[in-house]
Design a protein around this ligand. Structure first.
Ligand SMILES: *[C@@H]1O[C@H](CO)[C@@H](O)[C@H](O)[C@H]1NC(C)=O
Ligand SMILES: *[C@@H]1O[C@H](CO)[C@@H](O)[C@H](O)[C@H]1NC(C)=O
Length: 201
């Protein structure tokens, strides 16, 4: 049995994640050969909003504001004997949009339960993201692709900011999975906390 530490971080970071995710998608789209930048909404339309779960009135644009899952729960593992992934690092489990009252939704859009997520990413020129995932977002039994599909289907499809209508028109299939900003958030969180000992007795 591997020993493992689980860390879960809950944060009211919804609006910040939401805006940078959408912005990154729009920025990425701007740079893609498929883009028609004239059709893109201004990236500033997502800036400066109130954080998810702290709003006092209804926020209408859910492409820039994560709802109802405004509490983002990131889970990560530090396991040993044997370690999964790098021995000196957390590995990613998932990022889950919990509701403000700690309830949650799951499996929000079966039509976007994509398979071959690795292929979708490499087709979209996101080899850097894929490399990062292959290092830090690894499955305990080596079934990384199945693991990513499960996390995307169960939790990713519930992110309001990643709905298809939030993507620029003409985006390729799976463009919302091309989360060039999401690994950046993981990176920050993954490196922000360290267990007090590298291995458990
Ligand atoms: C905050 O915005 C969400 C999304 O529009 C809405 O469901 C919720 O009721 C709002 N909260 C308040 C207190 O108005
Ligand atoms: C996918 O993300 C990468 C960054 O990792 C970006 O360079 C690329 O343009 C994106 N592709 C599309 C189709 O948005």
């Amino acid at each position: 049995m591997p020993s493992l530490l689980v860390s879960a971080l809950v944060g009211l970071v919804g609006a910040r994640l939401a805006s940078s995710t959408v912005q990154a998608l729009r920025t990425a789209h701007n740079q893609s050969p498929f883009s028609n930048s004239a059709n893109l909404p201004a990236t500033s339309s997502c800036g400066g909003g109130v954080a998810s779960c702290t709003n006092t009135t209804v926020v209408s644009d859910l492409c820039c504001f994560e709802a109802p899952g405004g509490l983002l729960l990131q889970t990560q593992f530090w396991d040993t004997k044997p370690s999964t992934g790098p021995a000196n690092s957390w590995t990613i489990h998932g990022l889950w949009p919990d509701h403000c009252d700690l309830g949650f939704s799951e499996n929000c859009d079966p039509s976007r339960a994509y398979t071959n997520i690795g292929g979708l990413l490499s087709d979209q020129g996101a080899q850097d993201t894929l490399d990062y995932m292959q290092t830090y977002w690894v499955d305990i039994d080596g079934h990384d692709e199945t693991f990513w599909e499960h996390e995307w289907k169960t939790h990713g499809t519930c992110m309001s900011t990643l709905k298809l209508r939030c993507l620029p028109e003409g985006s390729p299939k799976g463009a919302e999975v091309n989360g060039s900003s999401i690994p950046a958030h993981f990176k920050l969180l993954r490196t922000s906390f360290r267990p007090s000992r590298f291995s458990t007795p």
